[in-house]
Design a protein around this ligand. Structure first.
Ligand code: AMP
Length: 221
């Protein structure tokens, strides 16, 4: 039985931050389609170059490009026992494709991080990412000790092209139109747990682990 945990929520809800912590606590591989695309871009692969146009405009990469890449990743041996999906699915077609692939031999649960638009915009437009270790710092909540450099590895901090104000608004609109219907999709299947994401990462994390544990306790052995 493969355990698949999905972190759902708008851009800026804290999926990436919480995914890293949850994966370490639950010993699950972290599968982020955004990170996979950024790796392809960094390597200059044809997929990376094709995806870049959509990403920089705050649009979704077409489903067929996402699905092949994702299914190739989760077919690797480290995902056999289970994995955590961050940033996937983002459309109903992706959710249906995942459901078809998983079949009945998997246990799926979805944690939905809820955060209001004003907080999302402040979080995203103030965020700077390290070029070397990918750690994210925020101008207000975790300002770098040395301006422009990562607190952990001193790497150069940069603003993701899709974290600028204009692109952030576009990403939120895309979320509302194309991704938020997934809440109803998973709620109707009885696998969705809502978690208030409008708190500090240290407060959200225990709420997420409690939600996972509460669900595990209900599962037949
Ligand atoms: P993220 O790092 O999850 O915010 O993703 C960054 C960008 O990558 C998104 O704005 C999309 O352009 C693209 N992307 C990531 N995951 C998906 C997905 N599941 N479907 C379509 N596009 C995606």
């Amino acid at each position: 039985m493969t355990s698949v945990l999905i972190l759902l929520g708008p851009p800026g809800a804290g999926k990436g931050t919480q995914a890293v912590r949850l994966c370490s606590a639950l010993s699950l591989p972290h599968v982020s389609t955004g990170d996979l695309f950024r790796e392809h871009r960094a390597k200059g692969t044809p997929l990376g170059l094709e995806a870049q146009v959509f990403m920089d405009a705050g649009k979704l990469v077409p489903d067929e490009l996402v699905l092949d890449m994702l299914f190739e990743r989760v077919a690797k041996p480290d995902c056999a026992r289970g994995y955590l999906l961050d940033g996937f699915p983002r459309t109903l077609a992706q959710a249906q494709a995942l459901e078809g692939r998983l079949g009945s031999q998997s246990h799926l649960r979805v944690l939905n991080l809820r955060v209001g638009d004003a907080a999302l915009i402040e979080r995203l437009t103030g965020r700077w990412t390290c070029r070397i270790c990918n750690r994210v710092q925020h101008v207000k909540t975790s300002p770098p000790k040395v301006a422009g450099h990562c607190d952990v590895c001193s790497g150069e901090l940069y603003q993701r092209a899709d974290d600028t104000a204009e692109v952030v608004n576009q990403r939120l609109a895309v979320y509302r139109e194309q991704t938020s219907p997934l809440e109803g999709f998973y709620r109707s299947r009885g696998v969705l747990t809502e978690v208030d994401g409008a708190r500090s990462p240290d407060e959200v994390f225990p709420a997420l682990t409690r939600a996972v544990r509460a669900e595990d306790a209900l599962r037949p052995a």
